[in-house]
Design a protein around this ligand. Sequence first.
Ligand code: NAD
Length: 301
Amino acid sequence: MSTVAFIGLGNMGGPMAVNLIKAGFTVKVFDLVPAAMQALAEQGALTATSACGAAASADIVVTMLPAGKHVRSLYIGDSDNKGLVDVVAAGTLLIDCSTIDADSARFVAKHAADKGLEFVDAPVSGGTAGAAAGTLTFICGGSDSGFGHAQVALKAMGANIFHAGGPGAGQVAKICNNMLLSVLMVATSESLQMGIDHGLDPKVLSDIMKVSSGGNWTLDKYNPCPDVMESVPSSNDYQGGFMVDLMVKDLGLSQEAALLSNSSTPMGALARSLYVNHARQGNGKRDFSSIFEQFAPRSSE
Ligand code: NAD
């Protein structure tokens, strides 16, 4: 089995790396947070003292980082630091699973290609539960050969693997999806709260809407109302999951993309505004389903 370097062991990357270990890969990890590496070492990973150290001897590099600036600087480096494209061996496949702007993905893919390396953008959908269960959806952009080569690692972490198109196409498809997700989460939250305001039990209302025309992923898998569903962030004070700050980032990306293509995205624009406001009220590190609280009466009311 080949060696995978896994860089970025946060809410998503940690469990994804565990699934690679379970599938029999030798996994060498690096994260800026030592505790995140320690947790993976306890699961059987080797640890490195730098990202380049992890990647230098790998057959495949997987990164799962917050945003485009992290991905660019890690892969390309700067005047003081080498990038991953400078240190990996010939033939190493580079896979970035972070959600970033398509331009950054294309920029890194171009630098990789200049060094004779394949780079695949492979952002994911499915949340932390999907990362833990190994059932993520991977939405890939890159060449046919890069996509084909990536399958062996992606299959160990996901259930659905799509090839959206050339470099950056995975990122475009991903932000279309997340713009829709944010709108669904806001609309589900306001609908549930209106039902509660009229005396309905949110669990009963959720069961009704799930099998009616308002049914959607947030009701099926990620109910935003506390204690309607077990093992989701809303039933754990909105801890873990997908941070509001990351949703704000993704909605910024989708609005930038809309400007570039002159697309009309009024719902995405409104969702971004609501999420920015929510983050400004101190909710940036909480799960994105906490937007539900924007519709609930305050305790003093
Ligand atoms: P996170 O903040 O929990 O994890 C990011 C990790 O990257 C952190 O552990 C951080 O220390 C590490 N890191 C940052 N810069 C680094 C560097 N230079 N070298 C090594 N490690 C570095 O974020 P997350 O929730 O795991 O999300 C990661 C990416 O996946 C984001 O782009 C996000 O938009 C996307 N995503 C998240 C979810 C979700 O449900 N959380 C779902 C789909 C996609």
